[in-house]
Design a protein around this ligand. Structure first.
Ligand code: GCB
Length: 598
């Protein structure tokens, strides 16, 4: 036990070994919206900086007086070749691609700046929190660097107490979304590389000593037992932390140990959360005059042979994959309203489960899914051909995994942490992913671990899954595109051999169609082609032994730079069951009908 404390120790080790990757950061606080904070969302000035003139001098040496100093001419003769205050503004959170048409395809550096008033309070610490910045960010407060971060989909925070002034302050963020072979994700991926500060920015007000992270959840084996653990930001012993769940008559006063942690198990009989009954309880954590409040549900998740058991009963996961993208070309999604719209489409399809692909989605979406009774698969962007032997790449992936889990481990609807998607087999890859899976389990052994594998070695219509990672995962998941990338019209001849005694999820299948384009079922891109493909695939998948769920690819058409066919794709991946405008294609009804019968 003492998982959070263990995480902290690992984290401290990591921070020093990858100082460059996470300079200035402090461990992520969870439940950021349950804390006292001031929003820095809104209009930020921005400067597009193709050559990073604001960072390097003309010999490509980093400058002391970069754009982060937000300099203004003091004398008439002063030469300053930038000015945030007269530069345009864009809405933060938001991607730059859909807010400035010049930036639609842009991958590079943009500087952001915003001013704010602050009244300093003694005995408080202030964390500057970013929900996500894609991809590489450098953060400055009042001209001084306070941190940097890589990874476009995870939250991070830094302590800026000592940098803030009473009155006027400014924050500058340099954001670079250029691709690189060593990054996570790497050079190629099939979604839009929306750049910018894409999630909320907050100044979080915490005490000098504060509850950094906590976990509340049901025991997977004893459904009358609730586990609670919490840790302070420092190792203060003998401090009182109180857990309250009034509806369950729970009130536990605990004293921190020498690690600044508390832990307990409480007998209780909560009404269990499930897709049919997404019951959430108000949970309060009191410490040092501050109360953290959050809605938490209780459920158990485990496997038995080839079955997935939710609250001890077998469940078939009627799923769909989704990217974090608003309809109507709206760019990155980041609100409860955005999520509600897309999740309602999934509900209409008959889903009880979704795969949030291919990176951790925003917290609003995860919580909205929880309220709507949708179970989740949450994943990190270890996608396709990662630099398996590069240590920094590994630490980057591990950091993203850690921050995904630390933000969301109180979300009962998340049942699967996925560590990778369609990775090519090699011993280096096995080492990388094996370590990652083990790490995931060390952080959270209360959920299932999976990854989207590929089926290799098909011959004579026999598809046999053969992946060394089988022993690391709880659920065997794989993507397959019979009828689209391979074997058109052959689905009915296929047989599948999954030689592992574990539940199976088909984590992707499908094909493209343009809404409103009609023709013969053998005519690519027509709704009829996609409809037929789904009929044949579902009939084929139904015969798989141990099939415990499916997440077809994908809920709606989404932007991708790989998809250039004019008149059909126009930079959209067209495999949605809905068009980008929310129109239902014929295949939608095939899946709906099938889910209706499962
Ligand atoms: C895949 C990938 C997914 C792609 C999809 C496609 O296997 O996992 O990211 O978008 O295929 O449409 O090709």
């Amino acid at each position: 036990m003492r998982r959070i404390r263990k995480i902290l120790l690992v984290l401290c080790g990591m921070m020093s070994s990858v100082g460059m990757m996470a300079e200035g950061l402090v461990p992520l606080v969870n439940n950021v919206n349950g804390r006292e904070s001031m929003s820095l969302n809104g209009d930020w000035h921005y400067i597009v900086d193709v050559q990073e003139e604001g960072y390097y001098d003309y010999r490509h040496n980093p400058m002391r007086n970069g754009f982060f100093t937000n300099a203004k001419p003091q004398k008439p003769e002063d030469l300053i070749e930038y000015d945030f205050s007269s530069s345009p503004t864009m809405q933060i959170p938001g991607d730059w691609n859909t807010q400035d048409e010049r930036l639609f395809f842009y991958e590079g550096t943009v500087w952001f700046e915003r001013e704010f008033e602050y009244a300093k309070k003694s005995g408080h610490r202030i964390l500057l929190y970013f929900g996500a910045v894609n991809y590489d960010s450098h953060i400055y407060v009042n001209g001084k660097k306070v941190g940097d971060h890589v990874g476009g989909f995870t939250a991070f925070n830094m302590d800026v107490t000592d940098e803030l002034k009473d009155g006027e302050n400014f924050v500058v963020v340099k954001v670079d979304n250029k691709r690189s072979a060593e990054a996570v994700p790497t050079l190629i991926f099939d979604w839009w590389n929306y750049g910018g500060i894409t999630r909320d920015v907050l100044l979080v007000d915490v005490g000098d000593t504060y509850v950094e992270n906590y976990k509340v959840g049901l025991d997977n084996d004893d459904m009358d037992l609730i586990h609670f653990e919490a840790n302070l930001n420092n190792k203060t012993r003998g401090e009182e932390i109180v857990l309250r769940i009034p509806e369950l008559n729970i009130m536990q006063k605990l004293k921190t140990d020498r690690y600044g942690s508390v832990e307990c198990a409480i007998k209780s009989h909560p009404d269990l959360w499930s897709p049919e009954n997404p019951k959430l309880y108000k949970v309060y954590i009191d410490y040092g005059g501050e109360t953290l409040e959050e809605e938490i549900g209780f459920r158990s998740i485990k496997t038995r042979g080839k079955e997935i058991l939710l609250n001890g009963k077998p469940i078939f996961l009627k799923g769909i994959c989704m990217h974090e993208e608003k309809p109507n070309g709206g760019g990155r999604a980041n609100s409860t309203a955005d999520a509600h719209e897309l999740l309602s489409w999934a509900k209409e399809l008959g889903c009880n489960f979704m795969r949030f692909a291919h990176y951790p989605h925003n917290e609003y979406a995860v919580k909205e899914a929880e309220r709507m009774g949708i179970l989740l698969w949450s994943e990190i962007p270890v996608y396709w051909t990662i630099a398996w032997t590069n240590t920094d790449t590994y630490l980057n992936a591990e950091g993203q995994l850690r921050d995904m889990i630390m933000r969301d481990h109180n979300r009962c609807n998340i049942i699967i942490w996925s560590i990778a998607n369609e990775t090519p087999h090699s011993s280096e890859r096995d080492t990388f992913l094996g370590k990652l899976a083990t790490y995931a389990r060390s952080l959270d052994d209360s959920r299932l671990i999976s990854m989207a594998m590929e089926v290799t070695g098909a011959s004579n219509y026999v598809n046999r899954l053969n992946d060394n990672m089988n022993k690391y995962v709880d659920v065997i998941s794989f993507n397959q595109y019979v009828g689209w990338y391979r074997d058109v019209n052959d689905a009915s001849k296929m047989t599948w051999e999954i030689p592992y005694n574990k539940p199976v999820i088909i984590s992707e299948f499908g094909g493209g169609a343009k809404y409103g384009y009609h023709g013969d079922k053998n005519q690519r891109w027509t709704e009829e082609f996609q409809e037929n493909l789904y009929r044949e695939n579902l009939a084929m998948l139904e015969k798989i032994d141990g099939l415990a769920g499916t997440t077809p690819w994908i809920l709606k058409d989404f932007r991708s730079p790989r998809r250039v066919l004019p008149g059909i794709q126009d930079y959209y991946n067209m495999k949605g069951l809905f068009s980008d405008k929310g129109e239902k294609k014929k295949a939608f009804y095939v899946v709906k009908e099938w889910y209706g019968k499962r």
